[in-house]
Design a protein around this ligand. Sequence first.
Ligand SMILES: Nc1ncnc2c1ncn2[C@@H]1O[C@H](COP(=O)(O)OP(=O)(O)OP(=O)(O)O)[C@@H](O)[C@H]1O
Length: 362
Amino acid sequence: MLELTDLTVTFPGATAVDHVSLQVAQGSVLAVLGPSGCGKSTLLRAVAGLERPSAGSIRWRGTDLSGVPTHERGFALMFQDGQLFAQASVGDNIGYPLRLRGVGRGARASRVAELLELVGLPGYADRRPATLSGGEQQRVALARSLAADPELLLLDEPLSSLDRALRDRLAGDLREILVSTGTTAILVTHDHDEAFSVADRMAVMLQGRIAQEGDSTQVWRAPVSREVAAFIGYDTILEGPAAQTLRDLLDLSADRASGLAASSDRASGLVALRRSALRVDPGGSLTGTVRRATTVSDAVHLTVEVERLGRCEALSSELGPQAGDTVALTVDPRGVAALPTPDLRTGSTDAEESAETASDLR
Ligand SMILES: Nc1ncnc2c1ncn2[C@@H]1O[C@H](COP(=O)(O)OP(=O)(O)OP(=O)(O)O)[C@@H](O)[C@H]1O
């Protein structure tokens, strides 16, 4: 197990990682999810031994790693840009960590072939990196990271240089590869979909601190604060009468699988909605006026002024709705989460303000 306790990394004028405590169990994948500048790369670099913590500890299988240099930690790092050696063949790139370990040519070649198979590029050993697509290059970089059977794989935005469709596909492949090889990994990303596709657990990092950590589905369904909700894709936060209207519509006494029901006993009165929570449906009980409509591949993203709720993001699976149209909407409880009262949050900093809001709404 990897165990970070109160890990803190400071730079002149900035605390990039602020008392972070996290655990990653053997064979599991943790995503550290956060916006640009929140400190996630610094966290990863500290685990790799590339940044010196100013406080706290990093333990791997019970051993404190302070003083253990990067190359003795047995970890592998993979970056956004896989940084392949341009002059070397794909096979030599992947075999490089094995060569450093003194593995002979024959054993290297068979391990390289095995890894190319694993990442879906059989027969690519003699190609040059420049002749590969971006996605193929990242697969080669992943194969190279896995070549030395790392104890822990540290992935820093490994897919973010790729286009959306390729990223989605590779995220699924990455998950399968990590699971099939039993690799323990930390994935750093700003993309909540990627975190969800690849990892078992998620730690949402905001301004150097872990704002929420837990099973990915749990974090996804029941964000602990407004900030976390907003970051993981809840586009709309309802307060006061609008939140109450939605709660009434969903009939909170019903035993639903949504985060709303799961946390209704500790609800602050704030309700967070994903875009998918409000869908255009002629039989829907809500009515609104479309303010903005953006067509994406197989749906329309809408901003709708909804009666009794106010401005919300919504989804139409049929093409057609345009600005100015009146639409009926139905609520899908799977896209709705109640935000808990501030004193139940982890890492709450504005408890007083939010508590006031909550009591106003009761
Ligand atoms: N070597 C450094 N010297 C001074 N400040 C640094 C250094 N490295 C990072 N920082 C600062 O620490 C903070 C966290 O940076 P970090 O790169 O860890 O964030 P990040 O979440 O990975 O962001 P991004 O997704 O943009 O890479 C930022 O404010 C950054 O400016």
